[in-house]
Design a protein around this ligand. Structure first.
Ligand SMILES: Cc1cc2nc3c(=O)[nH]c(=O)nc-3n(C[C@H](O)[C@H](O)[C@H](O)COP(=O)(O)OP(=O)(O)OC[C@H]3O[C@@H](n4cnc5c(N)ncnc54)[C@H](O)[C@@H]3O)c2cc1C
Length: 418
C-alpha cells in the first residue's frame, strides 16, 4: 500500500569537492605553499567522493578487533581492521600526509601538508591519528641519528605497507607514541615503566601503558625510567632478528568516538628498546613529537568544524521550512554564518601556525610565535570544536540526531583533540 510520497528530504551530499574552500586556498598561497594547490584540489575531490565517504562510514561502523592469540594458542597481539581502513590509510600515505615535509625542501612543506591533512581528514578522523604520529615522530627520533638514518626514509615513504614484519624489510613504516600510564597522562614524570641497560647497548623495558593508539604501528616512542632518569626509547614491534618484541596488547579502549582507530592498553614484558636522546632527557626529547601532534590537534579540530559547515549548509540549501529553504530563513542564515566564520577562523589560524612551523628554523620571531600561539590556539580551537559540532548537528533538526546523518559521528569525535 502506498501511503505517501517522499519529498523535502535532502539529497546525499557526496560527491562533493572538499577543496572548494576560499579560506583554505587563500591561506595556502599566503603562507607560501601555493605550489601544492593541485594536490589539495585532488584530495578535496577524493575526500568528498562517494567512495571515500563510504570508507569512512564503514570503518567506523566496523571497528578494529583485537586478536591476542592465534587459533593454535600462540600469542600474536594483532589488531584486525576493516579493509576500508586500509584504503583510507593508503590514500593518506600515498599523498605524504604522514611525512612529506621531511623529504621536501620546498618552502611551505609543512603548510602544504597541513592543507592536505585537513582536506582529506573529512573522510575519516580515526586514521589521521597514526598518520599524525608518523609525521610527528621524526624530530624526536633525530635525537638518535643512527636510528633516524635507518627509519626516517621509511617513515617518509609513500608506500603503505601494513603488517608486522622487520621494519627494514618493509616499504613504509607507521609510528606511534606510548606515554600515558594508568597513574598519569599529563604528568608523564609519574611513569613507572623501567628501562634496564643491557651489555649490547639496548634496554629491557618492563611496565605498562594505558593509552597507545594504533598498536599495529611498526615502531613506538615510549618513556621509561632508566638509571639516569625518565628517558625516551624507540621500540619496534618486530626486532631485527625477525622475532616479535614483547609488546602485549591487553585490550582495546571502548571510546566515545574515533571508532575506526584502535587505541590500546599495552604491557612491556622485557621488551627491547633503543635509547633516543640522553638518559634523563625523556620529556625534553618526546616533547618534540608532542609539539608536532599539537599542530595536528588544531588541524583535526579545524577539519571537524569544516565538516560541520559543509554538511549543515548542504542540508540548509535543500530543506524547506515554512515556505522557504532553511538557508533563506534569517535566523538559520545567522547560525550558518556563525559556523562558517568560526570554521574559517580555525582554518586560517591553523595555516598560519603551519607557516610558522615552516619558518621557525630560520626566523626567531616565527619560532617564538609558534611556541606561544600553538599552545593557545590548540586550547581554544579544540575547546570550541564540540560546541561547533553540536550547533552544526542542530541545523539538521531531528535528522541530525540520527546516526545515519553522520552528525553523531562528528559530534562524538569533537572532544578528542582537547
Ligand atoms: C582517543 C585517545 C587516544 C590516545 N592515544 C594515546 C597514545 O597513542 N599515546 C599516549 O601516550 N596517550 C594517548 N592518549 C592519552 C592522552 O594522551 C591522555 O589522556 C592525556 O595526556 C591526559 O592524561 P590523563 O588521561 O592521564 O589525564 P590527567 O593527566 O589525569 O588529567 C585529567 C584532567 O586534569 C587536567 N590537568 C592536568 N594537569 C593539570 C594541572 N596542572 N592543573 C589543572 N588541570 C590539570 C587535564 O587537562 C585533564 O583535564 C589517548 C587518549 C585518547 C582519548
Amino acid at each position: 500500500m502506498r501511503t505517501h510520497d517522499v519529498f523535502n528530504q535532502v539529497p546525499p551530499i557526496a560527491p562533493f569537492d572538499n577543496s572548494r574552500n576560499p579560506a583554505l586556498i587563500e591561506s595556502l598561497h599566503r603562507e607560501g605553499a601555493g605550489w601544492a594547490e593541485a594536490e589539495v584540489r585532488e584530495l578535496g575531490i577524493l575526500a568528498g567522493g562517494t567512495e571515500a565517504q563510504e570508507w569512512g562510514r564503514v570503518a567506523n561502523e566496523y571497528p578494529p578487533v583485537l586478536h591476542t592469540h592465534d587459533r593454535y594458542g600462540h600469542r600474536i597481539d594483532e589488531v584486525e581492521f576493516h579493509p576500508y581502513w586500509h584504503n583510507l590509510m593508503d590514500v593518506a600515505v600515498s599523498h605524504g600526509l604522514h611525512g612529506s615535509p621531511w623529504q621536501d625542501d620546498r618552502p611551505g612543506a609543512h603548510t602544504a601538508r597541513a592543507a592536505k591533512f585537513y582536506t582529506w581528514g573529512i573522510a575519516d578522523a580515526g586514521h589521521m591519528c597514526p598518520i599524525s604520529m608518523t609525521y610527528a615522530v621524526v624530530p624526536a627520533l633525530r635525537h638518535n641519528p643512527e636510528l633516524a638514518a635507518i627509519y626516517e626514509p621509511l617513515l617518509a615513504s609513500r608506500v603503505y605497507d601494513f603488517g608486522l614484519r622487520e621494519p627494514s624489510t618493509k616499504a613504509g613504516l607507521i609510528a606511534g607514541m606510548s606515554m600515558t600510564e594508568k597513574q598519569g597522562g599529563s604528568d608523564v614524570r609519574a611513569n613507572t615503566t623501567t628501562a634496564t641497560p643491557q651489555p649490547d647497548g639496548t634496554y629491557r623495558i618492563v611496565g605498562h601503558k594505558w593509552f597507545t593508539s594504533h598498536p599495529m604501528g611498526d615502531m613506538f616512542l615510549t618513556l621509561a625510567q632508566a638509571p639516569g632518569g625518565l628517558s625516551c626509547f624507540m621500540l619496534p614491534r618486530v626486532l631485527p632478528d625477525g622475532t616479535r618484541n614483547a609488546l602485549r596488547i591487553q585490550r582495546l579502549k571502548d571510546k566515545l568516538g574515533n571508532k575506526s582507530n584502535a587505541s590500546s592498553e599495552l604491557e612491556y614484558e622485557n621488551a627491547i628498546g633503543w635509547l633516543v636522546g640522553a638518559e634523563g632527557a625523556g620529556v625534553r626529547t618526546i616533547i618534540e613529537m608532542v609539539n608536532m601532534t599539537r599542530l595536528d590537534c588544531v588541524i583535526g579540530s579545524a577539519t571537524g568544524m569544516r565538516a560541520g559547515v559543509v554538511f549543515a549548509t548542504h542540508h540548509a540549501r535543500h530543506r524547506e521550512v515554512f515556505g522557504k529553504k532553511l538557508v533563506d530563513q534569517p535566523a538559520m542564515r545567522n547560525v550558518l554564518a556563525d559556523l562558517v566564520i568560526e570554521s574559517d577562523a580555525a582554518t586560517t589560524v591553523m595555516m598560519r601556525l603551519a607557516g610558522a612551523t615552516d619558518r621557525a628554523d630560520s626566523d626567531p620571531a616565527e619560532a617564538a610565535l609558534r611556541r606561544i600561539a600553538l599552545a593557545v590556539t590548540k586550547y581554544w580551537v579544540c575547546k570550541r570544536a564540540p560546541a561547533h559540532a553540536a550547533e552544526a548537528l542542530e541545523c539538521f533538526g531531528g535528522n541530525g540526531y540520527a546516526e545515519e546523518s553522520g552528525m553523531p559521528r562528528l559530534y562524538r569525535e569533537a572532544p578528542l583533540m582537547s
